[in-house]
Design a binder for this molecule. Structure first.
Ligand code: GLU
Length: 491
């Protein structure tokens, strides 16, 4: 292990932070923290058309949400900045000039049209297309003329031989250089390509370990050749398996949203997402241990325990894990999160902030054992937030159309209407008192009461439910249920 471990996460800001990217960032972060090293965030924004500031913001927000703090990067300037590739062009220029001078790179004037035609000819002749080096062999006068007449790219001259590197997860990996094209280093607009900028940055930022998705495995030999061309030290590599959907296809919307901020906005807890992501392709070796705090991860994380088989994103497992964390979380914090979700969805009216805030805390207090993510309360437990209860017809008929239910609810409405102290204790006393008066078991009253106020057969303790909903909602819902029963009798 080098003296100082330096790793980086290098996203291209062309979209949101997806789960795969977040997991790569997390492995880098954990590796840095476990080894007392530095975690660097570098924004690879050389694709001016596809990169945008909203994506940069979304990526930073996603990382901050997960608690993946970086030691150098945007708004955390360090010795090796700037940390946006678009601001590092002079460095790329210097490096490519060195390669040109040493005849390790050359300009190429072929137009995309010409390249396409030649590629088609190759394919028609049953040959594999690699750039045919037409521009490598130009005489100087021709090169000068073309430089005046055409835009050009700069290509890397791939040397003959075999390129090998050591992957910390796979061991020795080798590629025959004949497989590799004289790839483009600098595009005709002067922008560096990914492989080139990445190596210049990883070298100049003194990166010791490159931990990234195995979709980059085929780029690595090109990058290794560039390190060698610069006479720079090659970092260690670890290519981690991609995250797939349950059907073993690439993760996409079909498997649930791939965006980290989506989960934040649905009321998943960052520590649960952190825990879920770290377990994708990593295990501590302790049997049955699934739940890890950040501290435990920092103590345990090592690349030796990263597995090579593809990680499978399993929304049910994420939900299960988030549920575990929610149960352990202070209702005050949950309530604040729920409040902000409601606010974001436009469900908080001006003036009712304070009251709704306290209400959200109470809802979370009684519901946290029963939910997997906070937005579930808005999606599936609508009776907390909508003025009218949506009655499921089958449930309503089964519970409410029993003889005597109307009378029971009416008595209950009257008794509850008389009290102002809607506390669990008082509510229990009153409701049990009504049952006693009617000469029925409390359950005979509690079931229809629950259905009347929530539309559901199951839920938290009914007295908790009544307390949280409060007098106004409870009474108006009882009145409405009674009206529905009356209209049925008349019909
Ligand atoms: N910008 C590249 C990506 O987002 C970085 C790959 C790397 O880590 O080298 O895939």
């Amino acid at each position: 292990m080098p003296d100082t471990v330096r790793v980086r996460f290098a996203p291209s800001p062309t979209g949101f932070l997806h789960l795969g990217g977040a997991r790569t960032a997390l492995f880098n972060w954990a590796f840095a923290r476990a080894n007392g090293g530095a975690f660097i965030l570098r924004i690879e924004d050389t694709d001016a058309i596809r990169s945008n500031v909203e994506s940069v913001r979304a990526i930073l927000e996603g990382l901050e949400w997960l608690g993946l703090d970086w030691d150098e990067g945007p708004s955390k300037e360090g010795k090796y900045g700037p940390y946006f590739q678009s601001e590092r062009r002079p460095l790329y220029r210097q490096h490519v000039e060195k390669l040109l001078k040493e005849k390790k790179a050359y300009p190429c004037y072929c137009t995309s049209e010409e390249l396409r035609e030649r590629r088609e000819e190759y394919i028609a002749a049953g040959k594999n297309w690699r750039y045919d080096r037409r521009c490598l062999h130009l005489v100087d006068s021709e090169r000068e003329r073309l430089s005046r007449e055409r835009p050009f790219v700069l290509r890397f001259l791939i040397p003959p031989g075999l390129t090998s590197f050591y992957d910390l997860l796979r061991g020795e990996v080798s590629f025959g250089n004949v497989e590799l094209d004289d790839f483009v280093l600098v595009k005709s607009d002067g922008m560096p390509t990914y492989n080139f900028a990445c190596v210049v940055d990883d070298t100049t930022m003194k990166i010791t370990h490159v931990i990234r998705g195995d979709d980059h495995l085929s780029n690595t030999p090109r990058q290794v050749l560039l390190y060698q061309a610069f006479g720079a030290e090659v970092p260690q590599f670890a290519h981690i398996p991609m995250i797939l959907g349950k059907d073993k296809t690439r993760l996409s919307k079909r498997h649930g949203s791939p965006s980290v901020t989506y989960y934040r906005d649905q009321g998943y807890l960052p520590e649960a997402m952190f825990n879920y992501l770290i377990r994708l392709s990593w295990a501590s070796g302790e049997e049955e241990k699934e739940v890890f705090t950040r501290h435990e991860i920092i103590e345990r994380f090592s690349l030796d325990q990263v597995t090579l088989h593809a990680a499978v994103f399993d929304l049910d497992k994420l939900n299960w894990m988030n549920g575990l964390y929610i149960r352990e979380t202070d209702p005050q914090r949950l309530g604040e999160l729920l409040f902000s979700i409601l606010k974001q969805k436009g469900k908080i009216q001006p003036g009712e902030e304070e009251e709704m805030h306290a209400y959200c805390v109470r809802v979370c207090d009684v519901m946290r054992e029963r939910i997997r993510y906070l937005a579930q309360l808005i999606e599936e437990e609508k009776y907390y937030f909508e003025s009218n209860v949506e009655y499921d017809q089958a449930v309503f008929e089964k519970v409410m159309f029993e003889d005597g239910v109307r009378e029971r609810l009416e008595q209950c409405r009257k008794a509850l209407g008389k009290i102002d102290n809607f506390s669990v204790h008082k509510l229990e006393e009153v409701v049990r008192g009504v049952a006693k008066e009617l000469g029925i078991k409390a359950a005979k009253l509690i079931h229809p009461l629950r259905v009347a106020v929530s539309g559901k057969k199951e839920g938290p303790g009914v007295f908790d439910l009544l307390e949280v909903l409060g007098k106004e909602r409870v009474i108006s819902r009882l009145e409405r249920a009674i009206r529905i029963l009356d209209s049925r009798v008349q019909a």
